[in-house]
Design a protein around this ligand. Sequence first.
Ligand code: DGL
Length: 290
Amino acid sequence: MIDTDTYAMAEADASAISLGPIGVFDSGYGGLTILRELRKTLPEYDYLYLGDNARAPYGSRSFEVIYRYTLEAVKELFARGCPLVILACNTASAKALRSIQQRDLPGIDPTRRVLGVIRPTVEVLDNVTESGHIGVLGTPGTVASESYVIETGKLFPGMSVAQQACPLWAAIVESSEADGDGADYFVKKNIDALMAKDPEIDTFVLACTHYPLLMDKIRKYAPQGIRILEQGQLVAESLKDYLHRHPEMEIRLAKGGDVEYLTSENPEKFDALASMFTHDGVASKHCALD
Ligand code: DGL
């Protein structure tokens, strides 16, 4: 239940602040799978997408590097007026979110917020699995962080979580090879390895926002009847709930339904692949990150 006085106070404050878009960050194209669902569920807001394609994939990089790159991207989105940034990237959420929230944000601007994608995903697991056996497919960084194992253990201690790193999947997507024959080999190999760890798995978590772009191949090699959990809708519902609970943030968001794209790589290259995915004309701008 939202306190209407809180809304009234937030509205009064709004006259004094400038409005900004919701920042959506990923190492590359993967966050588009989140952005698409955000726009469906929360179409009234403006969005500013930033893909660090020049330095993607992040998945095999060290903690220090992922943290530094992510912080640079968050600062860039803040500098461009975003009051709220979604890390639409599991690797960044696993390796950098907590440090940014606890260590950096108080010094940068304590009124802004950075949110991740792992918690909203874990929260729904008990609605999805029947066997209580979950299979997590993620980047080497996300798997090594054990974030899914830890978060699931906190919320659902009885569940069993097996993980499989898929070191090349994000790179396959970034290099426009998701539909190519080469992708079959790696998708099958990693899914087989995951199932060998726990044959009772009945739910796959696609714990990398790039992986929905490989969905056809994942379905092809997943055992029949496996549920495949994508994060876009979950993150969108979670953000909707968050904004309902935080009118002081909601009131700071621009509501024109616009979306703009930034990439640290070549914009023409970004637009070609992004447009195929969004089924919309994408006209990105270059943004140097370093
Ligand atoms: N899409 C990102 C994730 O969700 C990162 C993939 C990568 O850059 O390796 O983990």
